[in-house]
Design a protein around this ligand. Sequence first.
Ligand code: PSU
Ligand code: MN
Length: 316
Amino acid sequence: MSGIPLVVAEEVADALAEGRAVVALESNVITHGLPYPDNAATAVKVESAVRAGGAVPATIGIDSGRLLIGMGEADIERFAATPGIPKASTRDLPVVLARGGLGATTVASSLVAAELAGIPFFASAGIGGVHRGAEKTMDVSADLIQFTRSKVAVVCAGAKNILDLRLTLEYLETQGVPLVSYRSDDFPAFYCASSGLRSPHRIDDPVLLARVVDTHWATGARGSVVITTPPRPEDAVDSAVAEAAVREALAAAERDGVTGNAITRYLMRAVDEVTGGRTSQANMAVLISTAEVGGELAAAYARHRSALRQGRTHAR
Ligand code: PSU
Ligand code: MN
């Protein structure tokens, strides 16, 4: 058991005890990803989407030195409406926990919490990655490093095209992080259906995916399996439109001298301004659709595990 106090929501604790599917979710997207009140409404819809997929949602956050494993609507509203909650990635996690107060977990720090709580699945629309210009700035998201450390499967719509997606895939390959695209050939770029980069593996069968996750851990590997699912066609933004907006946003960031952990939020907002709000609409839709697929895949994984426990090797 961890030495960090965990506040596990009753519904989450029950599901874990009974071997039912749970999907962990980050809270940084609530505090830093979208403006109020869209952030609160979206977070509630994301939780419903996980349920529609067949799993129990567990939104992760930090409160008074404890890790929240599952937020109610009141917690979500508090995180969404309180200004100035710090973004707590893995480097910040011990500081924010030890000081007390609220903290919003990124993908990386949510994975730490999920593993402590025994939750094997996590979903987020967009993972962090290698930033454009990283050969000079060395700005590589701690999310990628955490994928080599936390035994949690990560379902996502790829990573945003504000990043260098080619370098992001190279990094995952170098670090031996399995990357599998569910029912698509390409690595998606968040609200763009494709990054133009082919995924190393495509798998269409959730049972085979569940076996891939188990097999990764059976080899003794620590770390994540990254599973991508593209946006629904009706939600997707045209890649050329998104790329043009990203270039404008990057120029604005350079002009304003924005660097470090503030850059992701800055670029997302700037892209949204350039596209007249089109991308934040797409952002919300992708958060929801990814969560639903995350719920479905976590449920398939839980069924697979339970079949194994009962001595059946090929669950359906
Ligand atoms: N990618 C997105 N939207 C986001 C993030 C990433 O498309 O909101 C957030 C997530 O919380 C992710 C974090 O874990 O940014 C990565 O930040 P950094 O690059 O500073 O590690
Ligand atoms: Mn960074």
